[in-house]
Design a protein around this ligand. Structure first.
Ligand code: FMN
Length: 197
């Protein structure tokens, strides 16, 4: 796919199947490519990814269902559960983390820019999410970006024994998508783009 086409194909896809055109090794290669080629301030490379497949993928969404069950009314929980079951039906989940130790390291190294370092780290992290999401679209894999952190932070830590410095930022369930994405509306371009020529 051309990059522009992949940009258009990257949409929030919620109805996912438990199939993938890429096998685990190919998925791993896609993530390695994203990690290596996404820019980061100071080339700090503080983004971290975790690829959860099979029972590891399912355990994430089961943990979330168990947490919500104790926190929501019966009616609200029924709706949440139906939504989360959709994520569980996907092929896998990519967990995104930002390594706080890397931010601290560069704040120490460049104290003059300490305040901006965290912001730059988040900007780079958004790029990493976009690169993974668009690379999935390029491989004909549908995905969405979910934020059940910080609610599931502890559950994720105990499921995967990730280092304490890894801060969970997002969850991306993925698989071959069913149906079509929602129609997308665009706000007036004049309010979003200024050109001086
Ligand atoms: C930083 C960020 C946070 C988002 N958080 C969520 C989320 O928690 N749950 C969700 O379903 N979609 C989330 N989205 C997806 C947006 O709602 C979606 O990208 C937007 O409506 C445009 O639709 P599209 O992705 O199909 O182009 C998020 C997107 C971004 C960029």
């Amino acid at each position: 796919m051309e990059f522009k086409e992949a940009m258009m194909h990257r949409r929030s896809r919620y109805e996912l199947t438990s199939t993938s055109p890429l096998n685990p090794d190919q998925l791993k290669a896609l993530l390695v490519h994203a990690l290596n080629h996404t820019p980061s301030a100071y080339n700090a490379q503080g983004g971290r990814l975790l690829l959860a497949l099979n029972e590891h993928h399912q355990a994430i969404w089961d943990a979330l269902i168990a947490l919500l069950k104790t926190r929501q009314s019966e009616e609200r929980f029924a709706k949440s559960k139906a939504k989360i079951e959709q994520f569980k039906k996907a092929y896998g989940t990519v967990l995104f983390f930002n390594d706080l130790n890397v931010i601290k390291e560069y704040q120490k190294k460049y104290p003059k820019y300490a305040e901006q370092t965290e912001l730059w780290s988040q900007q780079s992290h958004g790029m990493l999410q976009y690169v993974v999401w668009t690379s999935f679209a390029d491989a004909k894999i549908g995905a969405s970006l979910q934020h059940y952190n910080p609610l599931i932070d502890d559950a994720i830590k105990s499921l995967f024994a990730v280092p304490d410095s890894w801060k969970l930022t997002a969850q991306m369930p993925f698989g071959i998508a069913k149906g079509s994405p929602k129609e997308k509306h665009f706000k007036p371009i004049e309010t979003r783009l200024k050109v001086f020529e």
